[in-house]
Design a protein around this ligand. Structure first.
Ligand SMILES: NC(=O)c1ccc[n+]([C@@H]2O[C@H](COP(=O)([O-])OP(=O)(O)OC[C@H]3O[C@@H](n4cnc5c(N)ncnc54)[C@H](OP(=O)(O)O)[C@@H]3O)[C@@H](O)[C@H]2O)c1
Length: 274
């Protein structure tokens, strides 16, 4: 990847040399940190609609550099946080670094060892309804399912033994600050979210997102009669509550752009004591 711009003074983990060469430099985070990774079309579409599973791949064109960045960001994370909509829409996916970029697996492992991370990032799935496909391979491999009291009742006895359940509220939605506090309490301070749009809306509403990695794929997706969401659903920000960002870095691989932004809005960072 070609580095086009990087803000001075960024933290660096000291990536293994093969990863640093492929990424076009070092990468790091100061923790606690919640960072998101998304791919979007030029016209702002991140999902093609319910009839198209795994639409992120269609939007990125399965660009190898995008898959490498997904893998690298997962390899840096203690935990990966997703909404149930993304789990339901991606039937065979595993949210591990090597699932998206197997050729870099040995270097991802080396990086995780140097960061003293667990072998794989912990997957956390957020669901209000408890309507999750319990035979999904990502749940079979082990995950934390954060849900409401209603969702917990629906899931009672249905989750594979590899999964744990976290019930954080009575009510129809979860406070994401509570979910992040639970993750922090188990030592997960570098958290990657891969959305989707409703979960990003929830996180932004609570002022919890620190950074956004956005791949702009050189494709026009269009919109007809079906809803095709952009990065955020269920939350309106402009004109009254704009969430401005600063560009931290920009990379390029052919016509794909890899942008890293920092959210300017102050955050309500949860404390592990809560
Ligand atoms: N382009 C990309 O990079 C990218 C990335 C991720 C996803 N996607 C796409 O986005 C689409 C899915 O969109 P989406 O907005 O439905 O996905 P989502 O945000 O992953 O899932 C939404 C669901 O997550 C749960 N949820 C979110 N916030 C919650 C809260 N505060 N409390 C309780 N539950 C909460 C709810 O689950 P329940 O309905 O179970 O209550 C909600 O319906 C898929 O097509 C996927 O492929 C694209």
């Amino acid at each position: 990847m070609e580095l086009l711009y990087e803000e001075a003074g960024q933290p660096g983990f000291g990536l293994p040399s093969a990863l640093a060469t492929a990424y076009g430099g070092d990468l790091g985070f100061t923790t606690p940190c919640l960072y998101a990774n998304f791919v979007t079309s030029i016209d702002g579409v991140v999902a093609l609609g319910p009839e198209y599973p795994s639409s992120g791949s269609a939007i990125s064109g399965r660009e190898p550099a995008d898959r490498f960045v997904m893998g690298l960001l997962r390899a840096c994370a203690d935990a990966v946080l997703i909404g149930a909509g993304t789990l339901r829409a991606t039937p065979r996916h595993l949210w591990t670094p090597e699932h998206v970029c197997p050729q870099a697996a040995p270097d991802f492992t080396k990086l995780r060892r140097s960061l003293r991370r667990t072998t794989q990032p912990h997957l956390t799935v957020v669901t209000a309804s408890g309507d999750v496909p319990t035979d999904h391979p990502a749940l079979q491999s082990g995950a934390l399912v954060a849900t409401t009291a209603d969702g917990a009742r629906r899931l009672e006895g249905r989750l594979p033994p590899t999964c744990a359940m976290l019930t954080v509220v009575e009510g129809s939605t979860l406070r994401m600050a509570d979910v992040l506090a639970a993750l922090q309490a188990q030592g997960d301070t570098a958290v990657l979210t891969e959305g989707g749009p409703h979960l990003i809306g929830s996180l932004l509403q609570e002022g919890l997102l620190d950074e956004l990695f956005l791949t702009t794929s050189p494709v026009l997706a269009g919109r007809a009669d079906t809803p095709r969401p952009g990065l955020i659903s269920g939350l309106e920000l402009l004109p009254n509550q704009p969430a401005w960002t600063d560009l931290i870095s920009a990379r390029r691989r052919n016509s794909h752009l890899f942008l890293r932004y920092r959210l300017r809005t102050p955050r309500g960072r949860p404390s592990p004591a809560n």
